[in-house]
Design a protein around this ligand. Sequence first.
Ligand code: C2E
Ligand code: CA
Ligand code: CA
Length: 533
Amino acid sequence: MMRWARVIAAAGFVAAGPVLISEYIFDHHALSQSRSETRALADRYLERTETVVAESLGELQALREKQHTSCVLADRQAYGTAAFASAFVQQIGVADASGTLICGEPMGSLAQPIRLPASERGDPSVMLGILNGPKKDRQAVITLRVSEETRLIARIRRESLDLQAGPEYLIDHTTIGIFLDDGAEWMSIAENWTPEKEADAVTETLTSARYPIRIIVATSASAARATMAPLKTIVLIVSIFGGFSVFIAGLWLSWGKDGSGDVFTRAVENREFVPYYQPVFDLFTGELKGCEVLVRWIKPDGSMVPPGQFLPYAEATGLIRDITRQLMVQTVDDCGALYAAGRTLKLSINLTAMHFVDLEIVDDIRLIYADSGISYDQLCFEVTEQNPLKDLALSRTIIGRIQALGASVALDDVGTGHGGLAYLQKLGVDIIKIDKMFIDNLATDHSSQTIVETLVELGTQLGLGIIAEGVETVEQVEQLKRIGVSTAQGYLFAKPLPAAAFLELAWKMMEGEAPSASPEDVTPEKTERADAA
Ligand code: C2E
Ligand code: CA
Ligand code: CA
């Protein structure tokens, strides 16, 4: 189930990630593209409008200089010639102060009354105005003051402002407005689209520095985005393909041999994790006191993996809970008869922080050992100090429940981990296990001796049992006895043994034979040293 979820999540991620990211990038790109198009369009219109006004005004100024300022024939001929020669001016004539045409060439009156014009910036003798009339052929006029009563006037061709309206994709999604400062509209080009139709239309307003003119250009952002559609489609197709490939690869891996996580899950399902038993002895009497259960992964090809190589993964995934349950069930099968016969034997089982997050372990213990050859008071559960317990109060409760069944609890690796004395004080354990680290130098190093002595004294004061582990030499045994430690395990006596070897040893000892003092006497773990190296 988890495997499927992981595969689907990975495929979804591979498919959706690029789509979302490219969506953002393309939209961003389209928007900045349409901003710069809009700006360029406004620039072009402003430049053209200024040119048209400047040239038309130039015609009028030239006529004024040459004294062509009345309606006499010679003047009117000059107006006609100038208008004919100009690309932008349609008609030139004389108007009164209110802008009413007195004469104009080519012939034809300015039928529409002139709006009151806006002035040229900084030059009150020049005025710009709009002829009132239907919007679609509205024209602008320029007047140049000649006297109090008369002005030269030029009517500007509407076509003068016809420009290509920007890139293809924006043509139908652009509006262009040319306004005088007083708000009068000279010209507007709008196809079917207006900026009101869109929330995020792109708008650019430019104001002329020379004339009272404003250009407003608006374009559609969604039209710009639409240009990205083919690219988006390509990314979508590629992403779907990528996601699908990951999906297929994920399926293949989780069924194939390569996904180590899933190999491990299968190993748990196949019950490849088996208990080894390391005997624990009384140092004074040589009696077998019990054993510690140590897990081994025996692969189908017969090779053995030591716990150091897989426990971190088993703990991280929580699979250690399944493994521990399987080990406990196996201990009943392996040792039920032995422990039923030897009521004083103890069996130690290692727990981890993962067992102290809820009460399930207590139920498991009850379920597995309630009607087994191993009674609760023969059981000991080891809590290691190495991995921090998440919830000390809950851990204490769980330990209390285990003790209430009649089992005991030991603090493992005392002095080497996170807990320090706090764990000793707060967890309420029954036994402390002195780590191999302190035993190693016991015969040679004074500070190790002091630490062990201190731990033993502390344990005695607190009424706790003490077990030494990792005993490898006779000298260490002598030291431990001197300090007052009576219970120990270690290679000197026996390595962790497969069930058959442990049972053989244990039955022999129960029948009164002496304990073996050398690891060669029992079947040692074949690959232990090689794997540990
Ligand atoms: P631990 O609980 O401190 O177990 C003692 C370790 O010291 C075992 O290593 C044992 O084989 C080794 N040992 C015992 N006597 C000697 C000795 O005289 N010399 C040397 N060099 N080593 C000795 P192992 O079996 O490799 O286990 C390593 C650790 O893995 C254990 O340390 C324990 O923390 C964890 N572990 C092992 N089995 C289980 C299990 O079933 N459940 C859990 N949760 N942890 C386990
Ligand atoms: Ca242990
Ligand atoms: Ca230890």
